[in-house]
Design a protein around this ligand. Structure first.
Ligand SMILES: Nc1ncnc2c1ncn2[C@@H]1O[C@H](COP(=O)(O)OP(=O)(O)OP(=O)(O)O)[C@@H](O)[C@H]1O
Ligand SMILES: [Mg+2]
Length: 380
């Protein structure tokens, strides 16, 4: 990528982010979402084409963060907006109580999660069993709570698994990510952390999920921002007291997820904090089949009479994350859609469509990344 092109795309990216912020400030979600789409496109381009690996990583992280923000906007949420209330004497003040817990549990359950047999086993023992049978759990435990850190390469299902657990348990569930907490005003982020735990304490049984934990709790030594330190300190204080007042009848679960476990402050992953660690790795062959099948589920005609088969795809997709597999299938379908548009009828996706996409698709996870995770798993 030439430096001129790089500059052009970073300008597009920065401009779109700035405009998006302005729209969010005036709560114009539709306009914000459209600027966000431009920023996402620029981030994808930069993630795939930036000359330096660090920049590629930076923009692929930005890309994921923006996707998660877009998801919020599509649900009518504006994480940047401070809610105002008008008091009796007509004075506008910031609303004190924000609700982090959703009333509706996610619609996905563990049946929707492909493969990951070991992860499901760990979840069964560490989360489902204690939540469903506290009496049995307390026969072996004194503390009424479970803190789990899920870690692994991007796009392999950590967030998806967390939502599936909440969908399975149908308990009050709060999904917190960096946009819900970080705030330009000093002192706001620790206050929000306390607010989240205070809301959680109202429930006998609940699940609190902190996504992209690394953005919140990077190593205090390597990050000299006092902002980050305050967030971590508030979190450690809250989580230490969270499970103490147990009546031996209820269990609360805190789950954190990260794709960079090595930058999380050690204080957050020691005993009493996130002390159960679950590695969520690449999908195995059965899992890949499941994800590919799901991608082609919307119309049986997509593979009817085609030379492209599910086993062929799942074999070729070894080493790719669930998110990449979904994206590759989507791109192959777009190839066929181009022909369908010309013929004005549904045509199958062909092996050549899939092979064409595979030729240019850049795997977001390298062998070295996996080795790093596996080494980390051993050292945990
Ligand atoms: N094991 C799986 N079973 C079914 N779908 C999966 C699986 N893994 C990934 N996916 C698909 O990929 C998408 C992305 O996965 P998800 O966001 O959960 O990854 P992640 O591990 O949280 O990534 P990140 O580290 O970037 O946050 C999911 O929404 C889902 O559609
Ligand atoms: Mg995630």
């Amino acid at each position: 990528m030439s430096s001129l092109l790089y500059q052009q795309y970073t300008n597009i990216y920065d401009g779109a982010i700035q405009k998006c912020k302005e729209c969010l400030e005036r709560n114009d979600l539709a306009e914000a979402s459209s600027y966000l789409s431009s920023a996402i496109e620029a981030a994808i381009y930069l993630a795939n084409n930036a000359a330096i690996v660090e920049l590629q990583k930076k923009y692929s992280e930005e890309y994921r963060r923006l996707l998660s923000l877009k998801d919020k906007l599509s649900h009518g949420e504006n994480p940047f907006l401070k809610k105002k209330t008008v008091t009796a004497n007509g004075v506008e003040s910031e609303e004190k109580e924000t609700h982090y817990f959703s009333k509706e549990p996610p619609s996905v359950t563990l049946k929707d999660v492909a493969g990951l047999a070991r992860v499901k086993e760990e979840i069964e023992m560490n989360v489902l069993l204690p939540m469903r049978n506290p009496a049995l759990y307390y026969a072996y435990n004194d503390v009424g709570g479970v803190n789990i850190l899920m870690y692994g390469p991007p796009g392999c299902g950590k967030t998806f698994v967390a939502e599936a657990i909440a969908g399975e348990l149908k308990c009050p569930f709060a999904k917190i990510n960096v946009y819900d907490i970080l705030d330009k005003y000093v002192g706001e982020a620790p206050r929000k952390i306390k607010e989240i735990f205070a809301e959680a304490e109202k429930y006998e049984q609940c699940m609190l999920f902190f996504d992209e934990l690394d953005s919140l709790f990077s190593d205090r030594e390597s990050d000299d921002s006092s902002h980050t330190k305050d967030v971590l300190t508030a979190f450690l204080t809250c989580i230490s007291g969270f499970h103490k007042k147990s009546d031996k009848k209820s269990v609360r679960v805190v789950i954190g997820a990260t794709n960079r476990p090595w930058i999380i402050d050690k204080a957050a992953i020691r005993g009493g904090r996130f002390d159960t660690h679950i590695y969520v790795g690449l999908p195995d062959e059965d899992a890949r089949k499941f994800i590919v099948e799901k991608a082609f589920r919307n119309d049986p005609r997509l593979l009817q009479g085609s030379d492209l088969t599910i086993p062929y795809m799942s074999e070729k997709l070894e080493g790719f994350s669930g998110a990449d597999i979904t994206s590759i299938c989507q791109k192959a379908k777009i190839q066929a859609l181009k022909r369908a548009k010309v013929q004005n009828q549904v045509v199958p996706v062909l092996k050549s469509d899939f092979d064409e996409v595979m030729k240019t698709y850049k795997n977001t996870i390298s062998k070295e990344d996996i080795q790093t995770f596996e080494a980390f798993e051993k050292g945990f």
